[in-house]
Design a protein around this ligand. Structure first.
Ligand code: GAP
Length: 465
C-alpha cells in the first residue's frame, strides 16, 4: 500500500514538473515575442483589451511572409485556383443561410456568485465555478458573431455582423467567379482576411483571440470525387507546413473529428495540430462541406448556383473541400518551433560564454529580417560609408537591417535572437579587397564573399537549401 502511494505521488510530481516546464516554455515565448517587438497587447497604454493583439515591426513582417507563402502555394502556383478579397460586413441574410445566426454558438455558463462567465464545455465540473466555487447557472447558447449596425439607425432592420469566417464571402462570389473566369470544376477560390469571433474565453496568447486572420480556400468538386480531393488537400496542406514553412514534422499531426464534434456544415473534418508547449492544438481544419453552403445560398438568394458540365451534359451543385487556417496560430507555431535557449551560449568568446543565448531558428525564407549589415566599428568613416553602400545595395532585394551599436558579438546575438539568417560584416579588409564576411545564423560559419556576389550567394542559399 505504502509502495503504491509512493509510486502515485512520484507520478503526480513527475507530471506536475512536466506541466510546469511546458507552461514555463510558453510563458518564455510570450515574453520573448513582446520583448523583441513581435507582438504587443492591444490598447496597451489603456490596460489592454481581452482577446486582441497588435503586431509590432517584426511580427508584421513575419505575418506578411506567412501570408505570401500561403498565397504563392495556394493561388499563384496553382492553375486551378483564383484569389478573392471580399468585404468583412456582408448582407446579414448570408449568415442566416449559412446557419451562423442559429448555430454558430458556444455553451455559456455563468456563476451565481462572482458572475464570471465560462465556456460550459471547458469546465471540469459544470455545476461549480472554478474561480469562487459557487453554483453555476444552467448553460445557454451564446452566439459568437459580433453585431453592429449599418447607417445611423440602431434597430433590428439595420443589424449586420463582422464575419466570423472568410469562407462565406467565397461562397457568395462563386457565381461571379464562374461567370467571369475561365474556371472548370474542380477549381478553387482562395482568400486571406480578418475574421471576428466574440470568444467567451479568449486565451493562450494569440492562440484564441477575438480578431484574427484566416487563410481559406474553397475547392469545388464534382459530387462523388470529394473523398479523393479531401485526402489530396490534407497531404498538400501538411506539406506546406513542413516544406514551405520549415516546421518540424514531428511537431505536426493529423486528428480526425469524431461525428459529434463536426461543425454544422461539415460531413468530415481533419485538423492539423501543432505540438504547442500548452499541448497538441489545432492550427488548421480541412473540412468536407458537401453541397451545404451552395445549396443554402441557392435556396435563400433565389439564384441558380448549379454548375453545367459540358463534357457529360450534367448539371449539379458542386461539393466543397475547405482547408482553413489561422495566420496567428501559424505564427505562434513557427515561434514555438524555432525558439531555442542555449545556456552558456554558442560563441567561444569569454564574454559570451557566461551568457544564455537566444536563437530563433526560423525558416530563412520567412524570417522577418533576412540580412543584417554590420560595420565592424562605427568610428571609421570609410567603413561606415562602405557598410551603408552595401545596405543600400541589398535592401533592394531583401528586408535588411543596418546596425552599428555595440560589440560585433553582441550584434550577432541580437540578430540570432530575432532569427536573421545572414549577417554581413564590413571591416578593414573590405576597403582593400572589396569582400565582406557573411555569417550564417545556424552554423555560425563565416565566409569571405565579394560584394558583387552577395545577392546571388544569399539567394542561392535561401532558396536552394
Ligand atoms: N471556415 C471554417 C472555419 O472557420 P474554424 O476551424 O472555425 O473553421 C479555421 O477556423 C482556423 O481559424 C482554425 O484552425 C484556427 O487556425 C483559426 N481560428 C479559429 N478561431 C480562432 C480564434 N478565436 N483565434 C485565432 N485563430 C482562430
Amino acid at each position: 500500500m505504502k509502495l503504491v502511494f509512493c509510486y502515485m505521488s512520484w507520478l503526480v510530481s513527475f507530471f506536475l514538473l512536466i506541466f510546469r516546464y511546458m507552461e514555463n516554455t510558453f510563458e518564455k515565448i510570450v515574453s520573448f515575442a513582446k520583448r523583441r517587438g513581435f507582438i504587443f497587447q492591444s490598447s496597451d497604454i489603456y490596460g489592454g483589451l481581452g482577446g486582441f493583439y497588435d503586431f509590432g515591426p517584426l511580427g508584421v513582417e513575419l505575418k506578411r511572409n506567412i501570408k505570401d507563402s500561403w498565397w504563392r502555394a495556394m493561388v499563384q502556383k496553382k492553375d486551378d485556383i483564383v484569389g478573392l478579397d471580399s468585404s468583412i460586413i456582408m448582407n446579414p441574410n448570408i449568415w442566416k443561410a449559412s446557419g451562423h445566426t442559429e448555430n454558430f454558438t458556444d455553451p455559456l455558463a455563468e456563476c451565481t456568485g462572482c458572475h464570471k462567465r465560462f465556456r460550459a464545455d471547458h469546465l471540469e465540473d459544470p455545476k461549480k465555478c472554478p474561480e469562487c466555487g459557487s453554483k453555476m447557472m444552467e448553460s445557454r447558447n451564446f452566439n459568437l458573431m459580433f453585431q453592429t449596425f449599418i447607417g445611423p439607425v440602431e434597430d433590428s432592420a439595420s443589424i449586420a455582423y463582422l464575419r466570423p469566417e472568410t469562407a462565406q464571402g467565397i461562397f457568395v462570389n462563386y457565381k461571379n467567379i464562374l461567370d467571369t473566369q475561365r474556371v472548370k470544376v474542380p477549381f478553387g477560390i482562395a482568400q486571406i482576411g480578418k475574421a471576428f469571433r466574440n470568444e467567451i474565453t479568449p486565451g493562450n496568447f494569440i492562440f484564441r483571440t477575438r480578431e484574427f486572420e484566416q487563410m481559406e480556400m474553397e475547392y469545388f468538386v464534382k459530387p462523388g470525387t470529394e473523398e479523393r480531393f479531401f485526402n489530396e488537400w490534407v497531404n498538400e496542406r501538411m506539406r506546406w507546413y513542413v516544406e514551405d514553412l520549415g516546421i518540424k514534422k514531428e511537431n505536426l499531426r493529423l486528428r480526425k473529428h469524431e461525428k459529434d464534434e463536426l461543425a454544422h456544415y461539415a460531413k468530415d473534418c481533419v485538423d492539423i495540430e501543432y505540438n504547442f508547449p500548452i499541448g497538441w492544438s489545432e492550427i488548421e481544419g480541412i473540412a468536407s462541406r458537401g453541397d451545404f453552403d451552395l445549396t443554402q445560398h441557392q435556396k435563400n438568394s433565389g439564384q441558380d448556383l448549379t454548375y453545367y458540365e459540358e463534357a457529360t451534359k450534367e448539371r449539379y451543385v458542386p461539393y466543397t473541400i475547405e482547408p482553413s487556417c489561422g495566420v496567428e496560430r501559424t505564427l505562434l507555431a513557427i515561434l514555438c518551433d524555432a525558439y531555442e535557449e542555449i545556456d552558456g551560449g554558442r560563441s567561444t568568446t569569454t564574454e559570451a560564454v557566461k551568457e544564455k543565448e537566444f536563437l530563433l531558428r526560423i525558416n530563412k525564407k520567412i524570417s522577418p529580417i533576412k540580412v543584417a549589415i554590420l560595420p565592424l566599428v562605427k568610428n571609421k568613416e570609410d567603413i561606415v560609408n562602405k557598410a551603408k553602400d552595401v545596405y543600400e545595395l541589398l535592401k533592394k532585394n531583401f528586408n535588411c537591417q543596418y546596425d552599428e551599436i555595440g560589440a560585433i558579438g553582441r550584434r550577432y546575438r541580437r540578430q540570432d535572437e530575432i532569427g536573421t539568417p545572414y549577417a554581413i560584416t564590413i571591416d578593414f579588409e573590405t576597403l582593400e579587397k572589396g569582400d565582406v564576411t557573411l555569417r550564417d545564423r545556424d552554423t555560425m560559419e563565416q565566409k569571405r564573399i565579394k560584394i558583387e556576389d552577395l545577392i546571388s550567394t544569399i539567394k542561392k542559399d535561401m532558396y536552394e537549401n
